[in-house]
Design a protein around this ligand. Sequence first.
Ligand SMILES: [Fe+2]
Length: 96
Amino acid sequence: MKILSEKLTVKESKDSSLADMIYDAIIDEWQTIKLYDEIIGAAKANGIDKIVDVIDDIKEEENRHVGQLQQVLSTLNRDIKPIAAGEKEAKGQVEK
Ligand SMILES: [Fe+2]
C-alpha cells in the first residue's frame, strides 16, 4: 500500500476492501449459477420440465450479474484488465 498521504492511504484501503467484496460477490454468483444448473438437471431427471425454463431464465440473469460485477471490479482493480484480452485469446483458440 502506498503511503503518500493519510487521505490517499485511507482511500486505497477502501477501494481494496470494496474490490474484495465485489470479488466475493462474483464468486457467489458463479456458485448460484452452478446451483441453478444442478436444479435444472434434477428437474429434468424427475420429469418436471415445466420449471426448467424459469430456472434457466434466472440463471441467465445471474450470468449478466457476473458480467456487470466484473466490469465494476475492473474499475476498482487495475490488475484485472488483462481478463478481456484473455477472453479474446481463448475465444480464438476454442473456435479453431
Ligand atoms: Fe445475481
